[in-house]
Write a protein that binds this ligand. Structure first.
Ligand code: SF4
Ligand code: SF4
Length: 193
């Protein structure tokens, strides 16, 4: 079990899902549709899987007719992060969801379905049962990053006190690792946490 599975996926309480079906009916990705098709044609498994179940709506307006709240929520979140580009925005519906919001291939569903929402930063439809839990997970990440920043200050003090090149080298290695852990979340504002 890798860290992601151990620290996130295995802790996801599946019973929080309210079976509203919105994540299957109005989905989107951070990758533009044209790029996604190119990736699928080049053999990218994630793109192959996604496009094997999801079909694009002809327009954003068509997706709005299904759930205006979901579409507008995604757009607002992306705008807030400075990542919104209307020309590259596509919404999708899954061809395996039936009229009762049930998955017609539930036992055989893809990992991308089993893992949803696959990250604390996933944008879920308003009212999704995972909203509160995802908020909590994001706060956990922020707390960890704040602790890393405190530890970096401690290391800085230690660096000033020591003259041993060996110790300084070790501190440097640890510092780089800690800075990388902050950098990973840069898109979500880790520099300001
Ligand atoms: S949007 Fe949330 S509550 Fe609705 S089906 Fe998807 S995971 Fe479940
Ligand atoms: S395959 Fe099933 S779980 Fe996956 S998106 Fe479609 S309806 Fe939802």
């Amino acid at each position: 079990m890798d860290n992601y599975e151990k620290n996130y996926l295995s802790k996801r309480p599946e019973n929080l899902c309210r079976l509203c079906g919105l994540c299957c009916r109005v989905a989107t990705t951070s990758i533009p549709y044209e790029k996604l098709k190119q990736m699928r044609d080049e053999g990218d498994q994630g793109a192959i899987d996604f496009l094997s179940v999801f079909e694009p709506y002809p327009s954003i307006e068509d997706a709005r007719k299904v759930s205006q709240e979901t579409v507008d929520n995604v757009i607002e979140e992306l705008k807030a992060d400075g990542n919104y580009n209307e020309e590259e925005m596509t919404f999708y519906k899954c061809k395996y969801l039936d009229d009762n919001n049930l998955c017609t291939r539930y036992e055989d569903r893809l990992l991308l379905c089993k893992h949803f929402p696959a990250s604390p930063w996933a944008i879920v439809p308003p009212g999704c049962g995972y909203e509160g839990w995802l908020f909590m997970k994001r706060e956990e990440v922020k707390q960890k990053i704040r602790k890393v920043k405190e530890d970096l200050l401690e290391l800085d003090l230690l660096k000033k006190k020591t003259k041993s090149p060996e110790i300084l080298q070790k501190i440097d290695t640890v510092e780089k690792k800690m800075l990388r852990s902050i950098e990973v979340h840069k898109n979500h504002g880790s520099e300001n946490w």
